[in-house]
Ligand binder design. Sequence first.
Ligand code: SF4
Length: 507
Amino acid sequence: MVEYQLPKLRVAGSNPVARSILFGWPPPSAQAGRSGAACIPGQGMRITRVAPGSDAERAGIRIGDELLAVDGRTLEDAIDLTFALAWMHEREAVFELSRGGEPFSVTLPAAGPGELGFEVREAPVRTCGNSCVFCFVDQLPRGLRTSLYVKDEDYRLSFSYGNYITLTNLSDADYERIASQRLSPLYVSVHATDDAVRREMLGNEDAPPILESLRRLDHARIGVHAQAVLCPGINDGAVLEQTLSDLFALGELILSVAVVPVGLTAHRQTLTRIEAVSATAAGGALDTIERWQKRFLAEGRDRTVYAADELYLRARKALPPYDDYGDFPQLENGVGLLRSFEFDLNKRAGLLGDRLDPPLAVTVVTARLAEAFLADAIDRALGGVHGLTCRVVASDNSLLGPTITVAGLLSGADMVGALKRAPESDAFLLPAAAFNDDGVTLDGMDLSEIADGAGRENVVATHDIVRSVLDLTGGAVPDAATTNRAASDNTTRGREPRGRIPSEEGR
Ligand code: SF4
């Protein structure tokens, strides 16, 4: 379910084209094909909550009603409603609904985002027709919650939440809508611009030519954040070189490209055999990426092509400096995450002062990949704070296997084990990224179940160590506290977050 507050969508982010929606662009006249379409009961969005005392309640809207249109424009999904709310800012609008198949309408006064007082159910998610050789969903063990097995491929989620799509299920009408509503940027899994290689990777002989699909978006002035899931022997080497060359030639359409290593779990015995990204393969990809970064810079653009942190760690190469990541366009794809964490930690460490009194010992739980980096960064940033002892405990991934080493994919059971092994501490900090918006891990455990399972108190899910320490010591906390609550910070909203429970990314 989605409560229609504009800031919950990516449109409220930093992209000026997307942000224009907030100010009513494009104008209603640009919504060709949507205005005046039939409002058919049964095809609207179901109202799932009406806030007591709200304008919606006063107007007579009830739970179970169907929202069909606003000011004569039919609504298909969250994006349409976002546009509708943008049009009605500072003036009233007519909402067309149905109840038990009977249409009716109400007029609601001007309202800001989230002020109308109702929630509606999201439109059904479109799923993919691919069978990617590296699909992470196919590599999950059985018995996890059902939402983890959904193979979404929905341009609306790409626009709203940054989910990666392959552009393999778009109709002409979809492209027209993307163009007319300027749904930009979109997040596109390119993998390879060689169509034969790409079709093999997608397991889809009918996948349309990727460069043609991208040019259609370019024609509509849609920006694209692209990614390539690196599969050794398939799309590395000369194929990666060609891919980056083709994306470079597309010019301003391509806002960024992330190259991320394929993630291989312990549950792929019956799937296509894929090599893991070795240190040599990671080093080779980094050489290619860094060469293309120079080409982009030479054109007066930013680096544009970025490698996931994991590639540097696997290749045992130093991460690029913080400034090299620009505005961190692929952070949720694991690109620049460690430098961003380090930067924030250093910036905020001063909030703790020189001394904690009374002293505090905390244990930070993470996965193997970032263990050394994290321990080093914490030591450098917080080592001088007298009275603060901060230790790092890393866990293997027993749910997905030893090759999955990112903190965001740790299971609750893994964290229970790590907490049991951890030294005595006043508090225990778990990675917020391992929890979804409902505050549960891949294996369905919440924070209190993990704390109880380990017999530990003061267990916190956070991505902000300084804020958590301040919270625990009763210090001045700049933002909301995080202790013992669901890990809703550091997450995308309303969907399984990409950075943690990937499907399309294959990691
Ligand atoms: S990786 Fe994405 S596009 Fe490919 S099969 Fe899985 S869900 Fe579908």
